[in-house]
Design a protein around this ligand. Structure first.
Ligand code: GAR
Length: 195
């Protein structure tokens, strides 16, 4: 069985969707950088163990109780970023090469990079008069919102849209596609592991 750690920072609708609906792997750990984030409650209700960590722990490549040490102790095969807002350090990318996925609420390479998350993305899309937006699922590399794109889905941006209505369209796309795309990636990447 492919063992998955989900990283999240906030509300956690995507984390919950993955926990409930992945079929080719199992979310065995939920990691969060914000002690009060609602995603922690969602995970606990679904009986997924949670860990809150500091930036120091994330950036420490060595110690047993660093994040790397914890992920290794839990035998994590794949990391999925589901609304996680910190940059992933090089040492994690080296330890899980091609095995960290991220979802972004826009059509990368547009509207990505530091500071581009949540409502800020939708506001920028609207301010620029874009006719469409969407979601991107990609492999994480050492640059923000940058690695190989494995999936995109689009929605229209209408003149009447506000950041809230656009966020709702994006949310629907995320709910519909994220577990299916992750499942497909897992089955291609971990062919030899039975569920
Ligand atoms: C999602 O829309 C996700 O695409 C976005 O944060 C939201 C988290 O919602 N991620 C980013 O902006 C990453 N740059 P959630 O906490 O309800 O899953």
């Amino acid at each position: 069985m492919t063992r998955i750690a989900v990283f999240a920072s906030g509300n956690g609708t995507n984390a919950e969707n993955l926990i409930r609906n992945l079929t080719c792997g199992k979310v065995v750990l939920l990691l969060c950088n914000k002690p009060g984030a609602y995603v922690l409650q969602r995970a606990r209700q679904l009986e997924v163990p949670t860990i809150v960590f500091s930036r120091e722990k994330l950036e420490d490549p060595d110690h047993e109780n660093s994040l790397t040490g914890i992920l290794k102790a839990h035998k994590i095969d794949l990391i999925i970023l589901a609304g996680f807002l910190w940059k992933i350090p090089e040492h994690l990318i080296r330890s899980w090469p091609g095995k960290i996925l991220n979802i972004h609420p826009a059509l990368l390479p547009k509207y990505g990079g530091p500071g581009m998350y949540g409502e800020r993305v939708h506001k920028a899309v609207l301010q620029n008069g874009e006719k469409e937006s969407g979601i991107t699922i990609h492999i994480v590399d050492s640059l923000y919102d940058h690695g190989q794109i494995i999936f995109q889905a689009k929605c229209s941006v209408d003149p009447s849209d506000t950041p809230e209505t656009l966020a709702a369209k994006i949310h629907d796309l995320e709910q519909l596609h994220f577990p299916k795309v992750a499942d497909r990636y897992i089955s291609q990447t971990f062919k030899d592991q039975a569920v």
